[in-house]
Design a protein around this ligand. Structure first.
Ligand code: PBG
Length: 304
């Protein structure tokens, strides 16, 4: 697995001189800008050049419509701008969904206990344009609302961002493996679950339907998430579609290997590259993984 094909997810918070470890993700932190820049520089020196930034937003800034996501005051947009100006050759991917900004903790706008698809699209598009204005290279809609790739593509193009790519979370399953991520961002749903918009783990064919739509709507990359329990889906999309396939090696997959390694139950240095290799073998061209930096360090020490 080439280091250049890895995307490193990083959590960011507003403030200064802040670097706090996420309890359920040992080795992963929430960074304020100063520490983020240090982390990005270290990674770039190891050959990891693509970063997916996720904001942990203060509860007081959240509302039902996620308006902070495109506000001029949003620290996340400021951070994107700063990283791009310090490291123009870094590739910055963003997350587009309401959950970090929503007082309901859902990916879309909620009314009477239901997710409103079309109303959500407008917010997602505003958020995407704001991120592209800040310098984002790849927009990552992770919300699974219907029709969002086309809607976001049109808005990006209308605002002069034809060169900004979309990596669509095409087959995003309603998985138990996102738990630690929601701890990192404090973004767990306040009620219910995400099963009305995320996919049923038992369903493979629906991934093809979603992929066909994303492809027609103009996605530049299609992502399968999580990775390990869904290697068959990665393989299927790779066989069927002529665009790059990405896989998200999610927080729970990282946490379980880290925990077993800490207990001395698994040989970390062998199990970790084997995990990444399996995802690549299944057909992923790009892997989003919390292992990115450590893997790059191993490669640099010629341990892989
Ligand atoms: C939410 C989002 C999630 C992840 C990425 N974007 C969580 C969710 O759907 O609740 C999970 C990533 C991970 O577990 O590492 N828009």
């Amino acid at each position: 697995m080439g280091v250049e094909n890895l995307i490193y997810p990083l959590f960011v918070v507003d403030g200064q001189n802040h670097k706090s470890e996420v309890k359920s993700l040992p080795g992963q932190f929430r960074y304020s800008l100063d520490n983020l820049l240090i982390e990005v520089e270290e990674c770039m020196n190891l050959g990891v050049k693509c970063f997916d930034l996720f904001p942990a937003v203060d509860e007081s800034l959240k509302d039902q419509y996620g308006t902070y996501s495109y506000s001029d005051q949003n620290f996340y947009l400021r951070y994107i701008k700063e990283v791009k100006s310090r490291f123009p050759e870094a590739v910055i991917m963003t997350d587009v969904a309401l959950d970090p900004y929503s007082s309901d903790g859902h990916d879309g706008i909620v009314k009477d206990g239901k997710i409103l698809n079309d109303e959500t699209l407008e917010v997602l598009a505003k958020m995407s344009v704001a991120q592209a204005n800040a310098g984002a290279d790849i927009i990552g809609p992770s919300d699974m609302m219907d029709g969002r790739v086309e809607y976001i593509r049109d808005e990006l193009d209308d605002n002069g961002h034809t060169d900004v790519s979309i990596m669509s979370y095409t087959a995003k399953y309603a998985s138990a493996f996102y738990g630690p991520f929601r701890d990192a961002l404090d973004s767990a749903p306040k009620f219910g679950d995400k099963k009305s918009y995320q996919m049923d783990p038992a369903n493979k064919k629906e991934a093809l339907v979603e992929a066909e739509l994303d492809y027609i709507e103009g996605a530049d990359y299609m992502m399968v998430k999580p990775a390990l329990c869904y290697l068959d889906v990665i393989h299927m999309l790779k066989e069927e579609f002529p665009i790059p396939i990405a896989a998200y090696n999610v927080s729970g997959e990282y946490a379980m290997l880290k925990a077993a390694a800490q207990m001395g139950w698994l040989e970390y240095d062998r199990a970790m590259p084997e995990m990444l290799l399996s995802i690549k073998r299944a057909g992923a061209d790009v892997i989003l993984t919390y292992f990115a930096k450590e893997y790059a360090q191993m490669v640099a020490q010629a341990n892989v």
